[in-house]
Design a protein around this ligand. Structure first.
Ligand code: ATP
Ligand code: MG
Length: 435
């Protein structure tokens, strides 16, 4: 594809197809995810639209986007059901025929064979590929992605690229990363090299992150560094980006300044999740973990078990919601519960010590609190939470006030628990690095 002469950007437009997106039944996560990936690689998404599954809407949206953009990406509608019409409508729009693709046929048959399932007759529709299209093989589903070069003069003087990706995120994301992105970078490289680094922080609100780092970055910002923040419950990402030949030095210098200011508040880079970092540290230190969660209801264990290989270090846990179970499962003394109440420092401490002892883990985290909206008292208002970390010879207890809705309460509280453990692991000498 030829970028227009003198153009400084590669313009990208995104078309998300799916009536369910417009009915509010499915959150359009592809919009966020693809825009993030593309911008991190130097591509400018100029416009994004969601359209229903109807052929006319898809036809009109693709046609319109091809008159403007260097690269148009569609998502969804490549499957075998009657509402999956993207492939047909695009072929019709570009005036090309659809024909069976033997490798796609073979892979589709293998997909069903492997799962011991009969291939439904309609599935064969997915083996049809528009003439001239490049196939993106689907390693996680059935519908292949497709990439087509739209000739110059057809919709705009310089031509465009059109990429079609399948709807399910588990199929779209790896296909984008391993197949589409390299193809885009080859045929449609960003005009200036962009270097982008994301530093992930936890423990400080967004405003404080900014107050601490922005003044130090002023000179770099004046010479072209881009600085952005993205806050989510319990974490703030800092995005550092720069273009051109100085990009590496600028980003490196900014990274150093931010690290000097924020130190251990930075838990990782790129897409690293806090639970991945914690599992990695536990593995490096050859330690094990058990959890006892009351008000987070298993959210902490869920996060830990999202990490591949968690079983090497995560032994398991309890969700002792009732006082009776806190006593029966973890040995929290009935007198302790009666004297202090379930949401208290001594009970959190006792839960963590019980979990560590029974699981024979080197660390245990315990959480007890009042998620709300009911259940608060003047002494213990909604959001009161105790997070205990027990290890050999010591137990520490945090007492933050997480007065949020229940989902945010779980996200923030589990984040604080993981961070408490991460900080404890950082202070331990690493056996791998000792002589
Ligand atoms: P399939 O073979 O599963 O039918 P497809 O390519 O035809 O795949 P769709 O039928 O459009 O894709 O969507 C399949 C599923 O993918 C949807 O039910 C939805 O769960 C998910 N999905 C589609 N588009 C989006 C989106 N923009 N954001 C998040 N999820 C989406
Ligand atoms: Mg479908």
């Amino acid at each position: 594809m030829n970028r227009p002469a003198g153009s400084l950007t590669t313009t990208v437009e995104l078309i998300n197809t799916g009536t369910e997106l417009l009915l509010g039944r499915t959150l359009n996560t592809h919009q966020q995810w693809l825009c993030r990936q593309l911008s991190d690689h130097g591509y400018t998404v100029k416009r994004q639209v969601a359209v229903p599954d109807t052929g006319e809407d898809i036809h009109a949206a693709v046609r319109e986007a091809l008159t403007r953009a260097d690269l148009v990406i569609t998502t969804g509608g490549l499957g075998p059901t009657s509402d999956d019409v993207t492939r047909e409508r695009v072929a019709e729009l570009l005036g090309v025929t659809l024909g069976p693709h033997t490798t796609v046929e073979r892979r589709l048959e293998a997909f069903y064979r492997l799962r011991n399932r009969r291939m439904p007759p309609r599935a064969a529709l997915q083996t049809l590929v528009p003439e001239g299209a490049t196939v993106l093989f689907n390693d996680h589903g059935t519908a292949p992605g497709l990439v087509m070069s739209v000739p110059a003069g057809r919709f705009r003087p310089n031509g465009s690229w059109l990429a079609m990706l399948p709807g399910p995120a588990r199929e779209l994301r790896p296909m984008f990363n391993t197949q589409l992105l390299p193809l885009i970078q080859q045929h449609c490289p960003p005009p200036t090299s962009l270097l982008c680094r994301t530093l992930r922080t936890t423990g400080l609100p967004e405003s404080e992150v900014e107050a601490r780092i922005a003044p130090h970055l002023e000179p770099l910002l004046r010479s072209g560094l881009e600085l952005g923040y993205c806050a989510r419950p319990g974490e703030v990402d800092i995005r550092l980006a720069a273009h051109g030949s100085e990009a590496a030095q600028q980003v490196e210098a900014a990274h150093k300044l931010v690290s000097d200011e924020l130190g251990e508040f930075i838990f990782g880079e790129g897409a690293a999740e806090l639970e991945e970092v914690v599992i990695g540290l536990l593995r490096d230190h050859r330690e094990t973990l058990a959890v006892a969660e009351s008000c987070t209801g298993g959210h902490l264990a869920d996060r830990l078990t999202r990490v591949p290989g968690a079983s090497e270090v995560f032994l398991g846990g309890w969700i002792p919601y009732s006082n009776a179970l806190k006593h029966a499962a973890l040995g929290v003394p009935a007198e302790c519960l009666a004297a202090h109440g379930a949401v208290s420092e001594p009970v959190a401490r006792s839960m963590a010590e019980g979990a560590r002892r029974i699981a024979q883990a080197s660390f245990a985290l315990a959480i007890t609190g009042i998620a709300g909206p009911g259940g608060g008292t003047p002494d213990k208002p909604v959001g009161t939470v105790f997070i205990a970390l027990s290890q050999a010879n010591s137990t520490v207890v945090l007492n933050p006030r997480n007065a949020w809705d229940r989902a945010t309460f779980k996200a923030v509280t589990s984040q604080q628990a993981l961070e408490l453990l991460r900080r404890a692991l950082l202070r331990k000498p690493n056996p791998a690095s000792s002589p």
